[in-house]
Design a protein around this ligand. Structure first.
Ligand code: GDP
Ligand code: MN
Length: 380
């Protein structure tokens, strides 16, 4: 689950990180009021679940409450890569002497929790990662002992941090690691972590992604969810009781059972295609579920063909076939449909499909179904 910068900063503060405390405003007036109570120069920052806000005009400085209201007016309502700004964070303006990058990730390749740091932090870190990857130092925490002090120091030295500042930096690295582990995050990031003109460390942009599967251990974190930022399709799926995950390909999948869904996606990949989603309609597949599933799949403009892969175990193929036919009667589908129906009462199920009058491509084996749907996306 993604959370906002101001929420990540509140969590980081619990772990002793030197975040820039601020106030959240939803109107220009509230922003002016926040600026007045903070005093001096403030920074106004769009609160959206996407990076690169600075470059998109979502981060601005203001020297007075009036100017804060004016800047808030410019930022609120802004569309940053498809994310509309509903809230701005108003925080004391930082005096930046140097910007660093510091991040903690779940590193599948290294099979551990990896810390990443760079002396080239700030808004161009993605470009640094592409063009100059050596400038990003990586250290994987000990898998049994956790992050050891010497590992944090190693990161500091390789990042070229002055010896006098290393102790302070090590404290921040440990704090960020502890926040990552303590909150069950999949990402914790400070970019930029700065040295101020006064020679202090400050975390002026906090980011954290929480592991959905661990949310049950943090009931308070559920309150951090922002419905404005959730994927509309996945929210609708959750409400309909369907397990749906959007993917990047062009083949819509409707399958009963999570294991069969995973295998179906593998079969599509093996046949040279790419799934547009994971969708497990569960054991039943009633007409209502078929309609809801089709609506979720067809909400994605990338979808060029749909594969139904249905196994009738406890559920009977004739019932499911009737669900598909009823579903197709209620919703217009313009892309090719491939149906594989196998298991209990399969003959009866296939007869219902054949007599329905819908233009369906049928298949018996899984690989045949995958090949046919991939061919259908290529207009064959
Ligand atoms: P991002 O673009 O979404 O990562 O947003 P950031 O919060 O990282 O802000 C982008 C950039 O704006 C930072 O890298 C800083 O250079 C600058 N910035 C952010 N806050 C302040 C501030 O308080 N004072 C100054 N002078 N610059 C800031
Ligand atoms: Mn940033």
């Amino acid at each position: 689950m993604n959370i906002h910068e101001y929420q990540a900063a509140e969590l980081f503060a619990k772990y002793g990180l030197p975040v820039n405390p601020g106030r959240v405003a939803e109107t220009p007036e509230e922003a002016a009021e926040a600026a007045r109570s903070i005093g001096g120069t403030v920074v106004l920052k769009a609160q959206v679940h996407i990076g690169g806000r600075g470059k998109a005009g979502g981060v601005k400085l203001a020297k007075s409450p009036e100017e804060a209201a004016e800047k808030a007016r410019q930022i609120l309502g802004l569309d940053i890569k498809g994310h509309i700004v509903h809230k701005v964070l108003v925080a004391p303006g930082a005096d930046i002497a140097k910007e660093y990058y510091l991040g903690v990730i779940l590193d599948r390749e290294a099979r551990g929790i990896t810390l990443m740091g760079s002396a080239e932090g700030g808004v161009d870190i993605e470009e640094v990662a592409e063009t100059n990857p050596e400038a990003i130092i990586r250290v994987t925490a000990d898998r049994l002992l956790g992050l050891e002090d010497y590992q944090a120091r190693e990161l500091a030295f390789k990042m070229g941090i002055e010896p006098a500042n290393v102790n302070g930096f090590v404290g921040i690295v440990k704090g960020l690691y502890n926040a990552f582990v303590g909150e069950d995050a999949s990402l914790a990031e400070i970019n930029p972590l700065i040295r101020t003109g006064e020679g202090k460390w400050a975390a002026i942009d906090s980011k954290m992604v929480l592991d959905d599967s661990a949310l049950y251990r943090h009931p308070a974190s559920e309150a951090l969810r922002d419905p404005n930022e959730e994927n509309a399709t996945e929210t609708a799926a959750k409400a309909a009781g369907l397990a749906f995950v959007k993917l990047e390909g062009d083949i819509g999948c409707m399958v009963n059972g999570a294991g069969l869904s995973m295998a179906t996606m593998d079969a599509i990949k093996f046949a040279g295609g790419a799934p547009a989603n994971f969708l497990d309609v569960g054991g039943g597949a009633t007409a209502k579920q078929v309609v809801q599933g089709l609506q979720l799949i067809l909400a994605d403009p990338n979808v060029k063909a749909i594969l139904f892969n249905i196994f009738g175990g406890i559920a009977r193929c004739d019932v499911i076939a009737q669900g598909i036919v009823d579903g197709l009667t209620q919703i217009e589908v313009k892309v090719p449909l491939v149906v594989r129906l196998l298991g209990t009462n399969q003959e009866e199920g296939r007869r219902i499909l054949a007599e329905s009058g819908f233009d369906l491509i049928t298949a018996i084996t899984m690989s045949e179904a995958a090949q046919k749907v991939v061919a259908a996306t290529q207009g064959k």
